[in-house]
Design a protein around this ligand. Structure first.
Ligand SMILES: [Zn+2]
Ligand SMILES: [Zn+2]
Length: 149
């Protein structure tokens, strides 16, 4: 059971961590990097460095944990890495359509998530903005999607 716990610490923890970094650093002093995601000019964005950084944290934990006889660090690292895959699918494939074409599943949660993140991108400047998380977002985006139907 502890395995599931540590996995969730990684999976949920990285969402919370990334949300705070997005809100206070990316839309703060690191805007000069993050700006490339709000005003994309090509296939790759300087902002992709953050994905590399987060992936690096996950990989470092996977390595450290596997050397340490698959202790909690491995499972946290796995949670972070699986989160990275989920994030890529939801954010880069479904919301921003950066890769292969994929149909958005008719799932209210995914539709609301897409809407919430699109509202984040309605803002092309550092401030003001809204909805900095991806998996966790305000309930009001659910009702906005429902009304649109
Ligand atoms: Zn942003
Ligand atoms: Zn985005």
């Amino acid at each position: 059971m502890m395995i599931v716990f540590w996995f969730l610490v990684g999976f949920v923890g990285i969402e919370v961590f990334a949300t705070l970094i997005h809100k206070y650093l990316m839309h703060g002093p690191l805007w000069f990097i993050h700006e490339s995601h709000h005003r994309p000019k090509g296939k790759f964005e300087l902002n992709d460095l953050f994905a590399v950084l987060f992936a690096g944290i996950g990989i470092a934990l996977l390595l450290a944990g596997s050397i340490g006889d698959f202790d909690y660090r491995f499972w946290i690292g796995l949670g972070i890495s699986v989160y990275g895959g989920v994030y890529f699918y939801l954010h880069d494939v479904l919301v921003h359509r950066r890769t292969f074409a994929a149909k958005t599943p008719e799932i209210p949660y995914i539709k609301a998530l897409r809407h919430a993140h699109r509202m984040h991108h309605k803002h092309v400047n550092k401030q003001p903005s809204e909805s900095f998380g991806l998996l966790f977002f305000n309930w009001r985006y659910f009702s906005a999607v429902k009304k649109a139907r």
